[in-house]
Design a protein around this ligand. Structure first.
Ligand SMILES: [Fe+2]
Ligand SMILES: [Fe+2]
Length: 348
């Protein structure tokens, strides 16, 4: 390659990389519809890249849709299909409409009563009725050194949070759910990588752990309808997630049975803290307000359900997570691998 060619290529790569890594221009341009935006609004693509001399890279890097210029050089208009969706966090208050070439928008979904399904992040077939008959007092007795280490790790972490939140149960629950949704995702991700690396089945444990993570995240989405985090709470979550995600990742790599045991004890404490929440609701120390709509749909609760019903089903979820994680640890403590025992998928 000539020196001039090398210079042009370097200029092109630096320009593209800088824009991708350090600029917010890409996302802003998508909404403002300038010449670098993907063709989400159906306007014509420009045939010139960011440097004016890179039509190929421009199409590759800036577009999420096919170029409208065919190989024969003819202009091909992509079919313009209008989609609309509702912002599910706003409970259907905001409608977003786009047009796209790809045709991947989900079909319209209705509830059993024929009314439109308002949540984009979960579907009717992912909802369930919580099994509230589960024993919420079960406890794994810590006999071995590993169990005692896991138990006292959780006890040590528990007291500062109780001191910090005291009777502010909704804030306490909301912030703890941001932590609780991490282990399932980290464990599921690591088992996924292990399955690929070793060319072997997982026994369903990847799915079971990812389901747990999603279920925890739905707890968070529910509490978000009742309370919005302050800036310092967001900062706290940011810092705690940075530490906890990495610490749990390392723990799971070093000793998955210890990692699952720690989560088992964390879930026991989650059950206890929701029991305290319920006691304060019954005493009238916390207002038993109507259940958020997202909770009514997710747990198939009656329309007149209250916060107490929501806390009851969330506590049942935590008890199921407790059992799943202690079971996962028991399997490995008894010298077996998780994949040897079918995972409790859909265990709610
Ligand atoms: Fe939770
Ligand atoms: Fe949990």
């Amino acid at each position: 390659m000539s020196r001039r060619g090398t210079m042009q290529m370097t200029k092109l790569l630096v320009g593209q990389t800088r824009q991708r890594l350090f600029s917010t221009a890409t996302s802003k341009n998508v909404s403002s519809g300038t010449k670098f935006a993907p063709n989400v609004s159906g306007q014509r693509f420009t045939n010139h890249g960011i440097l004016g001399s890179a039509p190929i890279f421009e199409g590759r890097y800036w577009s999420t849709v096919a170029s409208e210029v065919s190989r024969e050089g003819k202009t091909v208009q992509p079919p313009k299909v209008e989609y609309s969706g509702e912002d599910d966090h706003q409970g259907g208050g905001k409608t977003v409409a786009i047009s796209s070439y790809w045709g991947v928008a989900p079909r319209k979904i209705s509830k059993e009563d024929g009314s439109p399904w308002r949540w984009n992040s979960f579907r009717p077939w992912e909802t369930y009725t919580a099994d509230t008959s589960i024993d919420v007092k079960k406890h794994h007795k810590a006999d071995t050194f590993m169990d005692k280490f896991a138990y006292w790790t959780v006890q040590t972490l528990k007291y500062p949070t109780y001191l910090f939140f005291q009777r502010r149960h909704i804030c306490h629950a909301m912030l703890l759910e941001t932590v609780a949704a991490v282990p399932g995702m980290v464990g599921g991700m690591l088992l996924h990588a292990k399955s690929l690396r070793r060319f072997e089945h997982s026994g369903g444990w990847i799915k079971a752990l990812l389901e747990e993570a999603e279920n925890e995240r739905m707890h968070l989405m529910t509490f978000l309808e009742l309370s919005q985090p302050q800036w310092y709470e967001r900062a706290l979550v940011f810092a705690v997630q940075g530490v906890f995600f990495n610490a749990y990742f390392v723990a799971y790599v070093v000793s998955p049975k210890l990692a699952h045991r720690i989560v088992g004890y964390l879930e026991e404490e989650a059950v206890n803290s929701y029991t305290e929440f319920l006691i304060d609701l019954e005493k009238g120390l916390v207002e038993n307000q109507p259940a958020p709509a997202i909770a009514i749909d997710y747990w198939r609760l009656p329309p007149d359900a209250t916060l107490k019903d929501v806390v009851t089903v969330i506590r049942a979820d935590e008890a199921h997570h407790r059992d799943l994680n202690h079971f996962a640890s028991d399997i490995q403590c008894q010298g077996h691998e998780l994949k040897e025992y079918p995972a409790p998928i859909g265990y709610h």
